[in-house]
Design a binder for this molecule. Sequence first.
Ligand code: NAP
Ligand code: MG
Length: 456
Amino acid sequence: MTTFDVIDPTTEERVRTVDLASAEETDQAIARARTAFQTWRRFDPADRGRLLRRFADAVDGAIEELAQLEVRNSGHTIGNARWEAGNVRDVLSYYSAAPERLFGRQIPVAGGVDITFKEPLGVVGIIVPWNFPMPIAGWGFAPALAAGNTVVLKPAELTPLTAIRLAELALEAGLPEDVFTVLPGKGSVVGQRLVTNPEVPKICFTGSTEVGQAIMAEAARHLKRVTLELGGKSANIVFADSDLEQAAATAPYAVFDNAGQDCCARSRILVQRSVYDRFLSLLEPAVTGVNVGAPGDESTEMGPLISAHQRETVSSFVEGDDVDVAMRGSAPEGPGWFYPPTVVLPRTTKDRVWTEEVFGPVVAILPFEDEAEAVTMANDTAYGLSGSIWTGDVGRALRVARQVEAGNLSVNSHSSVRYSTPFGGFKASGIGRELGPDALDNFTEVKNVFISTGDA
Ligand code: NAP
Ligand code: MG
């Protein structure tokens, strides 16, 4: 049996040793989920909804336990971790209404009646990254289960603990065996097998663009459906006519939240040149004021990075003579993979820190002249996940929002994710949408049935 030592990123101490599934065990889990699908898909829709509500209630009763587990496994701040566990509950309760509302259509045709059904796909494989272990799992499994699919979910090797607990809670809530299976394992073993096993018709993947591309290429061989949520290099565009104090005070949290390990991080700040210097002076106290420390402390705003490896990757964007650091917050010494909030001034728009996803607490700032240049610079990236627009001019807010090539934009706010609204990326940030009313379409096939009425 291969095992993995889960390490607390704050203390660098072992939390637990987890057994990793093999390719054979993955195949067996898929086969069991395939059998369970035959029953689950035929459940009375009201019962399926009721079980998902019970699952939501079980999560609700375990919020503190799940949150504390995430603090230890992932170094998330306790405040964030409570929100993340609550998000799983909310997504479950939102989609618990879906089984009874998976409406098809009745379409007028000659000679009979035509109706459509939204049929479940079968066993859905969900591959989750380490940055938001609970929410990203829930965004996949809640709508997948609601639509009548069964799920085999692979958490990231680094962060399996909350997913393992969620699977136990599902059983405690009364979900039948093998409807929702969590299978800890390596991406190259369990993840790979979910993608290559022909009994899995759909893969829901969140992670790096590189692995997402490989999954899509492999999925094409089987014509598997894919939903991909990949990286981002999102722009926070600050116009001179905005509430500059508010824009500067909130900008750090739009990128340093979760220590910057957020695909929606607004990691490029674009500031209109006429207010650029003033913005920088307002930003400085906001950056140095970010409270970095032990994630279990209620007042901590930013904890450690997930791993020593991630810290090395992040620092590679900042170390070096050709990188100008404008300001820097603090980070605790000693154990823990902490990295201070860091603001960098790129020399050109070709600098690595301006073009590549850092996935850490590093933000780059550049000035722009006018609205046209702001849009051009915002779109000068392979990614297109999210972004923010700060302006007092509602017309400009909408003009710019329509022109920025990204799936999730916020005006005078940095909000990207609500369970009731769609989430997903343009361009290299992904394919498909999660959350909101339409996510179920990504877990169903439309079937058309014509019934002859025997008319001439
Ligand atoms: P990753 O390799 O893409 O991992 C994401 C998930 O895919 C993990 O569960 C991983 O399993 C699994 N996986 C890896 N290789 C696989 C394969 N060949 N087939 C199927 N599944 C596979 O991401 P990472 O290496 O953890 O992070 C690298 C960079 O990706 C980050 O620095 C960041 O830039 C980006 N990233 C983006 C997001 C996002 O939210 N869009 C999330 C995470 C990372 P294992 O963990 O067991 O390897
Ligand atoms: Mg990887």
